[in-house]
Every structure is written in C-alpha cells, then in structure tokens.
Design a protein around this ligand. Sequence first.
Ligand SMILES: [Zn+2]
Ligand SMILES: [Zn+2]
Length: 156
Amino acid sequence: MVKAATIAKKSGPKKKPATAVKKSAAAKKESVPLRYKCRLCGYVYSPLRGEPHNGIPVGTAFEDLPETYVCPVCGFQGKGRIGKGGFDEWVPTRYICSMCNYIYDEKRGEPHRGIKPGTKFTDLPDDYVCPVCALDPKIRVQFGKVLKQGFQPLYE
Ligand SMILES: [Zn+2]
Ligand SMILES: [Zn+2]
C-alpha cells in the first residue's frame, strides 16, 4: 500500500524552465533603415521618407511595401511597372550639408583634414563639422557649428 506517495509529484505551481532570452543582440541592428534603389531610373525608396502622397506612411520598411508596389517615377513616366523586384539595396555614399549644400563624398574623403578617401560618413568622428560652414562666420554665429546631424544623404 504505497500508492499515495506517487500522486503528489504533479501538483503545485508550474515552473517554466528558466531559458535565457538572448536574442536581443541580433535584433539591435535597426538604427539605419535600408534604402532601395530602382535599377531603371535610380529612384531611391527611403523608409525615412515613405511615400505619403502614395498612401505609404513615413517609416514603412521596403519589405513591408505591398506586393503591388510600383516605382513611382517609372510608373509616372510610363517606363513600365517596375515592382519591388526591380529594386536593389542602396547605401548612400554622399551626404549634403543642409545649411550650405557642401557635399561629403566618401570616395573623396577630406584628405586635407586627415579624413582618408573611403571613410564612411557614419564613421566620421562625432565632432565632425561641415568644413564650409565652419569657415563662414555668418553661419557660425547664427547657427553654430553644423555637425553630422546637419547632413542628409544625397539621393542620386
Ligand atoms: Zn524607377
Ligand atoms: Zn555646411
């Protein structure tokens, strides 16, 4: 007569095994949204801009575009219906100063300031300032230094 002892085991609060959630490191790469460029006309889709006039809200990732998406430029010019398949991932290599239109070109760098050709814009030091604005006393006094945040990728 030892039956009672075996029943007790399955009762009590269920404890989930403590598996460590270690997936956050991989998911942490979303600071730079991917841009895509139309192979035919060079139009660049940027999630930062979206296409509000086409009903695509700002912040829509390229992958989340509807399957019926058509390049707005090619579509408008009647070049054909270039869909998502006609786009390639695109990374800007030139950035323009929103204050003076100076263009930082990664291929060129700024060797005279010690920035080697091929230096990515994102790799520039945080205290990088627009060299043209920095020389213009009017801009310097009115707006202060124009830092990296004052630059926009050049879509061409
Ligand atoms: Zn196009
Ligand atoms: Zn500038």
